[in-house]
Design a protein around this ligand. Structure first.
Ligand SMILES: [Fe+2]
Ligand SMILES: [Fe+2]
Length: 403
C-alpha cells in the first residue's frame, strides 16, 4: 500500500510548487493538498494520511490549531511544520503540537528525507500491538523548545558557541540539569563545568543537543510511583552507556560525527522505558515484578506483556523528532542488533549494543536483573569478537575513580 501525505498551505503557488517538485515521489506516496485547516480535516476524514506537512500562518484555523486537532483525533499521524523563518514566534507557539520543523524554502531532498524517515518509523513499529500502544499514548512528549532554538542557532551561517551557550543559560532548570550531567564522573573533567558556554566549548554542540533532549525527557516523566526503580540509576546507566559507546567508536577509528552520534544514541537508548513506565503504569509495574521474580531481561518481559519494548518506542520518539537514522536504528535494535541485518559497517548500533551490555556487566546495576552479554553471533559477523577485551579496558578507564 502506498504511503499518504497531506500538504496544507493557504498559498496555491506554494502547493503547486510542491506538487511539481515532488512529482517523482508519487510512485511511493499518495499526495493530497489542502488550502486551509478545514479542507485538511476533510481530507483526513477520508484518506489514510500518514504524514501532515503544514504551513503555520493561515487565515482561519492556523497551522498550530490544525495540528492540535490532529494530535487529538489522529495521534498516529506524523505532524510536520513547514514554515518561513519570519514565523519564529508562531513556531514556538506550535512547538507542542509538531514532531518536526522544516524551514521554507525547502528542497525536494529535505522533504523527501523527512517523508522517508516518517515511513521508516512505521517499520520500527513492526506489529499492530506496537502501533496500538503508540496510538493509546495520546501525546508523545514534544521536542523541547530549547532544543528547537539551539538547532535554529546551529543552522545559522553566523552561529557561535557563545550564543548557543547563552540561549541555554536562559533556561535555568535545563541549565542545572545539563550541568549536573556534564559534571558527573562519566565525562571525566578535572574541574567543574559551571556554565553552558563552557559546556558547549568542551563538548561541542551535538553532544549538548543530546544532553538537552535527555534532560528534557528525564524531567517530563514522573517515576515517583515506581518505588523499586531509581531515576538516578537510569540516568547514570544512560550516561555511562553514551560514554562507553563513544569511546568504542573512537577506538574503532570512526569519524567525529559518528562518535557524537554514538554518545547521543547511548545516552538515550533506554528512553522508551520512561514512556512505558509513565503511560502504562499498571502494566509496567507488572513487567518489573516479573523481571525481578524470574530473573529475565526487561525488554523480553515488556514484549510479552505489552507486545512491544522500550527499544522500539524510544526509537519511534526520536524518529518523530528527526534525529539521524543511525541514532534511531541504534535505539530500535540495541538488544537484538542482528535484526538490523549483519554484514553492515560499524555503526552507532554496534557501539550502543556493546556499550549497553558491557555497562550492565561491569557495574551490575541491579543484581536481580538478568545479564545480557554482547551478542556473540553479531560480533562474529561484524568481525569484532577479538575487540571485546580492548573495549572492556576502555570501560575500565571510564569507571576508574579520578583524583
Ligand atoms: Fe534497553
Ligand atoms: Fe540499557
Amino acid at each position: 500500500m502506498k504511503k499518504c501525505v497531506l500538504f496544507v498551505d493557504d498559498e496555491q503557488n506554494m502547493l503547486d510548487a510542491l506538487r511539481r517538485m515532488l512529482r517523482p515521489m508519487t510512485v511511493e506516496w499518495d499526495m493530497h493538498f489542502a488550502r486551509s485547516g478545514d479542507e485538511a480535516l476533510m481530507v483526513l476524514a477520508q484518506e489514510p494520511v500518514d504524514v501532515v506537512i503544514t504551513d503555520l500562518r493561515m487565515p482561519g484555523m492556523d497551522g498550530g490549531e490544525l495540528l492540535k486537532v490532529i494530535q487529538e483525533s489522529r495521534p498516529d499521524v506524523v505532524r510536520i511544520v513547514l514554515s518561513g523563518h519570519a514565523d519564529y514566534n508562531m513556531v514556538m507557539k506550535s512547538v507542542k503540537q509538531a514532531h518536526q520543523f522544516l524551514t521554507k524554502p525547502c528542497s525536494t531532498d529535505v522533504i523527501r528525507e523527512a517523508l522517508e524517515k516518517a515511513y521508516n518509523l512505521r517499520r520500527i513499529l513492526t506489529n499492530e500491538a506496537a502501533k496500538a500502544i503508540v496510538s493509546r499514548i495520546e501525546s508523545l512528549p514534544s521536542v523541547p523548545d530549547l532544543y528547537v532554538r539551539v538547532v535554529e542557532e546551529v543552522r545559522r551561517k553566523d552561529s557561535s558557541l557563545g550564543r548557543i551557550g547563552a540561549i541555554i543559560s536562559e533556561d535555568p532548570a535545563m541549565t542545572a540539569a545539563i550541568l549536573k550531567m556534564v559534571n558527573s564522573s562519566f565525562f571525566g573533567f578535572f574541574r567543574p563545568v559551571t556554565n553552558p558556554v563552557q559546556a558547549v566549548n568542551l563538548l561541542g554542540t551535538e553532544i549538548v543537543k543530546g544532553l538537552i533532549l535527555s534532560a528534557h525527557l528525564f524531567s517530563v516523566f514522573d517515576f515517583s510511583r515506581f518505588p523499586r526503580y531509581s531515576m538516578d540509576v537510569l540516568v547514570d546507566h544512560s550516561l555511562a552507556t553514551g560514554r562507553i559507546a563513544s569511546a568504542i567508536a573512537k577506538f574503532e577509528g570512526m569519524p567525529p560525527e559518528m562518535v557524537d552520534e554514538c554518545f547521543i544514541a547511548g545516552m538515550l537508548h533506554d528512553i522508551g522505558k520512561l514512556i512505558l513506565a509513565s503511560r502504562f503504569e499498571k502494566e509496567y509495574l507488572a513487567v518489573l515484578r516479573t523481571v525481578q521474580r524470574e530473573n529475565r531481561t526487561v525488554w523480553e518481559v515488556e514484549r510479552e506483556v505489552l507486545k512491544t519494548s522500550h527499544a522500539e518506542l524510544g526509537a519511534y520518539l526520536l524518529g518523530l523528532w528527526n534525529l539521524p537514522g543511525a541514532v534511531v536504528d541504534a535505539l530500535a535494535f540495541h538488544h537484538e542488533p542482528v535484526l538490523a541485518g549483519v554484514g553492515r559497517d560499524f555503526s552507532p548500533l554496534t557501539a550502543v549494543h556493546a556499550a549497553n551490555a558491557l555497562e550492565h556487566e561491569l557495574r551490575i546495576i541491579n543484581r536481580e536483573y538478568a545479564q545480557h552479554p554482547p551478542d556473540p553471533e553479531y560480533l562474529e559477523h561484524m568481525g569484532l569478537t577479538g575487540h571485546l577485551p580492548q573495549w572492556k579496558e576502555l570501560c575500565a578507564e571510564i569507571y576508574e575513580p579520578r583524583e
